[in-house]
Design a protein. Sequence first.
Length: 353
Amino acid sequence: MTRLTYRDAGVDIEAGDALVDRIKPLARSTDRRGTMGGLGGFGALFDLRAAGFTDPVLVSSTDGVGTKLRLAIDARHHATVGIDLVAMCVNDLVVQGAEPLFFLDYFATGALDVAQAAEVVAGIAEGCRQAGCALVGGETAEMPGMYHKGDYDLAGFSVGAAERGALLPAGDVGPGDVVLGLGASGVHSNGFSLVRRVLEAGGAGLGDPAPFEGGRTLGEALLEPTRIYVKPVLALHRAGLVKAAAHITGGGLPGNLPRVLPEGTAAVVDAGSWPVPPVFAWLARTGGVAPEEMLRVFNCGIGMCLVVEEGKVEAAVAMLGEHGETAHRIGRIEAGEGEAEVRMEGLSAAWPN
């Protein structure tokens, strides 16, 4: 009688144990106030009182990296998608006024490559350090037959907290307020199904020189990780300088900014008020993508929007500058009718250029 083992079925328990040993120091490097225990338990513990909260409301978020993973796998560049994973979750927490506290990840693959997985988790740890949250655990799933060789999938889960009276958006957002835009580091982690179609349409390979950026390949430029805005936005919020914030992800400015505005208002945004990174002009030109579609799919150079009272704009811009952020005055809040909306000004057939 043939004696089968789990390894014969495609699952290597020893490889999983080796990965845990590799990532324990990475997780420890993200420890912060409130963290309890370490990797290896059945669940992760966190002490809100030790983290400094008195009457907290918990805020949670989960997300992935989408088909940007396909580019990372094809380019064999796994070092930064973990930063993307953290960014997509924690940026969604901070716009609600919450401080990200801890993060968990889910890594699934057909056959575990310890070096590849450790590279991904190292990026996750780096994202957690940038956001000031602890990597407290996760799950590594080895599932033969579910994924092609070398492929993997990622999901992230983050929990934050805010004092009960400090949630965003504030209740006094209205006409006369100013919209500030914080620059994006690139395409971030949305729209990559269209990016991949543009690559096909242009006959471009990930190893080709990036036509919009010298010194890097297309793969390297497109895989630039999502910017993490947690620390500057929290600083602004704690100083009482921000009324609302919107993370600009899938749906772009028109789809995300209205989510934090009250009914009866409109954000009037000037498309010429910020420098659009060259990657977006290349995507629009190579793929023949219309300006309205670019705005609906991509961040187009603005990764975070902040609604600020007119009299506090100067102080807000100065504080953002101290945290390494360049803020652009991109619009204003006006009275509207019905559901909140974005009205774009300054669009042309050549935008972005």
